[in-house]
Design a protein around this ligand. Structure first.
Ligand code: CP
Length: 319
């Protein structure tokens, strides 16, 4: 990778994105058997710097770093000196003084990862683990990895695949990163949701836009249901939850319209019964837990490539 940081999918060329996916697949092959842990980052320190709640992203970065034998320091703003007014700069410099070489940052403010990377406050590599409504690049990479594993004929190029991203596009950093990555890989992306939840800027993105899920569902190879992000909504964006679920939820009836070869995705956490029914989330077509497992591999690849990996060692550590 030519960049010291991963702040946005725009930081990557198509070949660099494929390099991450290929490295993740190679790491999967190596760590699939008796070898669970590689010595690659032994003696290196990675910090999880989380100013917003997370289950999947924080824990999978931690698991990824540990599988590469790195030391991991977990910082959560809740319960920290942030409540006493400590700034992002002072927090980051404090953690670097403890040995951090790479910081994984999640923050409610769009642009915060870029601010940390470009400020000169710290020398560490910076990985964006979700900044406000802006981007979540490793989520898009793990989503692309998951799609590729189900459509092996599209290993190097997603041309011919039609992928629907459904629901609360407006507040979704996952949607923004996925639009950038999936279209760069050649997929046709259709954003589907109520007009109130489609960002104005999306009309100039290289995507199709639809307000009618029933018209689109049978055309999709992958359907990515997005969480309704109530915590980011200060206004009413739809009349009632019942109407939202009826028009834009992947309910049990609508599930029948999906192609049998199509996969169901969700970045999590899910609002079961709102954007996705339990029957859809747990159906044989759902790859939601595969996305979680693939997240560890893709994040291993990102840490490995950013922290100077050249060739993956074939000898691991038996644990
Ligand atoms: N997909 C995702 O970012 O989940 P978490 O908020 O649990 O990390």
């Amino acid at each position: 990778m030519h960049t010291p940081h991963l702040l946005s999918i725009n930081d990557l060329t198509k070949s660099e994105a494929l390099e991450i996916l290929d490295t993740a697949r190679e790491l999967s092959r190596i760590t699939d058997g008796a070898i669970k842990k590689l010595p690659t980052l032994r003696g290196r320190t990675v910090v999880n710097l989380f100013f917003e709640d997370s289950t999947r992203t924080r824990l999978s970065f931690e698991a990824a770093a540990k599988r590469l034998s790195a030391e991991v320091i977990n910082f959560s703003a809740k319960g920290s000196s942030v409540s006493k007014g400590e700034s992002l700069k002072d927090t980051a410099q404090t953690l670097e003084a403890m040995g951090a070489e790479l910081m994984i940052i999640r923050h409610p403010t769009s642009g915060s990862a870029q601010r940390l990377a470009e400020s000169g406050w710290v020398k560490s590599h910076i990985v964006n683990a979700g900044d406000g409504m802006h981007e979540h690049p490793t989520q898009a990479l793990l989503d692309a990895y998951t799609i590729r594993s189900h459509f092996p004929e599209h290993d190097r190029d997603f041309t011919g695949l039609r992928i629907g991203i459904v629901g609360d596009i407006l507040h979704s950093r996952v949607a923004r990163s996925n639009v950038l990555l999936l279209t760069a890989l050649g997929a046709r992306v259709v954003l589907i949701g109520p007009p109130t939840l489609i960002p104005v800027g999306a009309y100039s993105w290289p995507v199709d836009i639809s307000y009618n899920l029933d018209e689109e569902i049978g055309t999709l190879d992958a359907i990515m249901m997005l969480r309704v992000q109530s915590e980011r909504m200060s206004d009413a964006f739809f009349p009632t939850e019942r109407e939202y679920a009826r028009d834009f939820g992947l309910g049990t009836q609508r599930l029948k319209s999906l192609r049998k070869s199509a996969i169901i995705m969700h970045p999590g956490p899910m609002n079961r019964g709102l954007e996705i029914s339990a029957a859809s989330a747990d159906s044989p077509q759902s790859v939601i837990l595969e996305q979680v497992a693939n997240g560890v591999l893709v994040r291993m690849a990102v840490l490995y490539l950013l922290m100077g990996g050249t060739s993956i060692p074939t000898e691991g550590v038996l644990v």
